[in-house]
Design a protein around this ligand. Sequence first.
Ligand SMILES: *Cc1c(COP(=O)(O)O)cnc(C)c1O
Length: 451
Amino acid sequence: MSKVKVFLEEKDIPRAWYNIQADMPNLPKPAMHPATKKPVVPEDLVPIFPRGLIDQEMTRDRWVEIPDEVREIYKLWRPSPLIRARRLEQALDTPAKIYFKHEGVSPAGSHKLNTAVPQVYYNKVAGTKRLTTETGAGQWGIALSQACSFFDLACIVYMVKISYQQKPYRRTMMEVFGARMYASPSENTNTGRQILQENPDNMGSLGMAISEAVEDAVGRDDTHYALGSVLNHVLLHQTIIGLEAKKQLELVDEYPDLVIACCGGGSNFGGIAFPFAYDKIKEGAPVRLIAVEPSACPTLTRGHHGYDYGDVAGYTPLLWMYSLGKDFMPPGIHAGGLRYHGASPLVSQLIKDGIAEAQSYGQSAVFDSGVLFARCEGIIPAPESSHAIHSAVVEALAAREAGEAKTILFNLSGHGLLDLPSYESYLHKGLVDSPISEEGLKKAMANLPQI
Ligand SMILES: *Cc1c(COP(=O)(O)O)cnc(C)c1O
């Protein structure tokens, strides 16, 4: 009988994260300081990040050791299981084998705890007392507030006001772990007060919340800021997913033909794909690496590769990445974690160089596959993760057409138990694919910085 779940022992948790910067044929161009337009140097980052993370952002070392304190906390949910989706295979009547890495087993419910724990750890070591961050839908805020409670740091979360009001359960989860919550725009920062003066009813955006969290951190010596995706050190931490998956597939004598993950800022895609990208770059392994995004926010499939700001206000460094322009407003979709105008510079470069590829799908097809997966496997996936599921379904059906027994690996980045209102919309209210504003996109792309 074939195996359904492949487990590793706690002692098999990797001892080092994998840094793809050591092996990429072309590195992204350096991040640029927003004021001087010169490459960012480590000192520029000292007001917001601890030394340990700044070093990891810049290092070209292939392996970065995972501190024992972090591995001990990883044991709360790692190694995460690798599961063969046999019932989904049967439903699709495909000769393809479909495996998924289940990151929804983390106590935060998503992969984001993989980086929240080391980020808080390096801050603790540096003497930081408070951490600020922003959160949209809430997944990152939950992960950071949990990690802060593990290491006894104060956590201040600026949550986009509309989500603060519409997603009370996520907010309560953060409060259970001791986070201090502000609905952004808030009265707590100059940025927030200014926005509220202009319009007291402003419902906020991720860009505004970032500006508030950064302002709070820069203004105090005891405080740093933490980001949940996009940056090199975040993707580094997430490679634990792919490193474990590789060992697990070896245990069942498999190697994937396709590795698939959804892509918002790029961290869970980079996390599962980079260890396989190593094989592809170094040994020519014929593995396809597929980043899946919503057609409502098609950063990798329709964006421009060049410099752009990470936030709306233009406070962050300019990053060399695919972008739709920082002013692009995607239509409201249920996969809130995939509504970012840019993407990780490392992921962007791999796509530019043809080592990875991108696909985009509309949300109704994505929910069809998410619900099919739930009915077969019993797990309700996060709407973000359902993008990866949908791509796996499309590829498994293509394998059936071609009569090829492909091996597919995808990342289940999180469960959807806090996304039930989205499923309710899908099941009862007729969920539609809102098209993007072509004019808005044109405008936002015309506004890309010229450097
Ligand atoms: C945040 C989030 C994402 C998107 O972020 P990436 O950095 O692209 O991984 C995807 N899935 C879930 C469940 C998330 O919480």
